[in-house]
Design a protein around this ligand. Structure first.
Ligand code: FEO
Length: 400
């Protein structure tokens, strides 16, 4: 892809990343990819808004060069310091040593600690403006969406909000950069939720504060730094982010995430009976084998559904480790206000349930029920498991 005009004199100059296996060294994106969107305003003064990850430098500067000589840039607006948006910074400073870097006060500190940069840095405050000639940029402080230094930049004439991580998602661009150019918005919405649950969810209160702060700003285009640019339905992605942020307190929608692990198939056999009971009660259930599914793909369901059904046997007097690891990550990511239950087998001594209860307490979830059995489940126990699932689902559906 090359530089693309999103409005007169405003260009997308981003890059796709289909090479990185793990975003933040943690979250799988080898199938989906990710884009690092950056923008160029070619006015009397020439400004970049955000940059790109270091290994994409060649392609990034090629895109700038299609519009202006990179050595003639005047400003770089740094909305966010994370290196997926700043990695090419020192290369840029070698090409354009005169360039002025603008960011929040915290960004100034981080420029020194991340890149050793202390010169040609100007701090902009909340609401400050910068004239580029015909265009005016306004800066809004939005701390912790995603890091403490984060801000958003608004182009007042064309009403474009450059929102950086906010309103972004995984998913490399597939030859289209706008929401109205790509027919399967479901892919980007799914990947935006996965990104939200993996990266942003712990800062949901700050997301709601940022949305509230910008409520009266007329926005025609949401231009985030990951994923599609939203120009046909900018409110769609804002509303999704608001909905997801509100799950932090509400616990999410009626539905069940069933996370299970099974050593020799006994707990899996019971899982099928429990899932049958949940489905019989008319409640949607999504099922994950914790040992074979990266937690990145489980977190979106845990975030968005209020019910958590855990199926895990006892393993050395503890909860089966792959399931415990998923729950540990849920605690870390502040997945709260859930209603939970557990089933599972044990061979000669229990222990999983006590471990599970400690995790549930750490997560701040409400424990509704438990069903344990010894060894292989009998036909009577499978019937009981189905009833156990139906009973749990009814409580989820009825909100009690
Ligand atoms: Fe896309 Fe928080 O960096």
């Amino acid at each position: 892809m090359s530089a693309i005009a999103i409005k007169p004199d405003v260009y997308w100059i981003g890059v796709n990343d289909r090479t990185t296996d793990l975003f933040e060294g943690l979250w799988p994106i080898s199938q989906e990819g990710v884009s690092y969107n950056a923008y160029l305003i070619n006015d009397e003064k020439k400004a970049l808004i955000d940059l790109a990850k270091a290994f994409k430098a060649d392609e990034f500067f090629d895109h700038i060069g299609e519009v202006v000589d990179p050595s003639r840039l005047d400003y770089v607006i740094i909305n966010h310091m994370e290196p997926d948006h700043t990695g090419v910074l020192n290369t840029l400073r070698r090409i354009a040593p005169q360039v002025t870097l603008l960011g929040s006060a915290k960004t100034k500190e981080m420029l020194a600690s991340f890149y050793g940069v202390t010169e040609n840095v100007e701090v902009v405050g909340d609401g400050d403006t910068l004239s580029l000639g015909h265009s005016t940029l306004q800066f809004f402080s939005t701390p912790f969406v995603h890091w403490p230094e984060t801000m958003m930049t608004y182009e007042t004439g064309r009403r474009i909000l450059f929102s950086c991580d906010a309103f972004g998602g995984y998913g490399a661009l597939r030859g289209a950069i706008f929401d109205d150019e790509y027919p399967d918005l479901g892919f980007y919405q799914r990947e935006a939720l996965r990104y939200y649950a993996n990266i942003i969810a712990g800062f949901s209160k700050r997301v709601l504060m940022a949305i509230e702060k910008l409520a009266d700003v007329p926005v025609e285009i949401i231009a985030p730094s990951h994923g599609l640019i939203w120009r046909q339905h900018p409110q769609l992605i804002v509303n999704l982010y608001r909905q997801w942020a509100e799950y932090a307190e509400s616990g999410g929608e009626v539905g069940v995430t069933l996370v299970y692990g099974s050593m020799y198939g006994y707990t899996e056999k019971m899982m099928n009976a429990v899932a049958q009971g949940i489905s019989r009660a008319g409640v949607p259930v999504e099922i994950f084998d914790a040992a074979r599914t990266h937690v990145s793909y489980i977190l979106p369901s845990l975030w968005a559904r209020i019910g958590v059904m855990v199926g895990a046997p006892t393993y050395e007097v503890s909860l089966f480790p792959p399931v415990a690891q998923v729950l540990d990550m849920a605690v870390h990511k502040r997945v709260r206000h859930k209603k939970a239950a557990r089933f599972g087998s044990y061979g000669w001594s229990g222990g999983a349930q006590k471990h599970f209860e400690r995790l549930v307490e750490s997560a701040g979830w409400e424990l509704l029920d438990v069903f344990e059995f010894v060894g292989s489940p009998s036909p009577e126990e499978l019937e009981q498991g189905e009833e156990f699932g139906a009973r749990f689902a009814a409580r989820i559906r009825e909100g009690r």
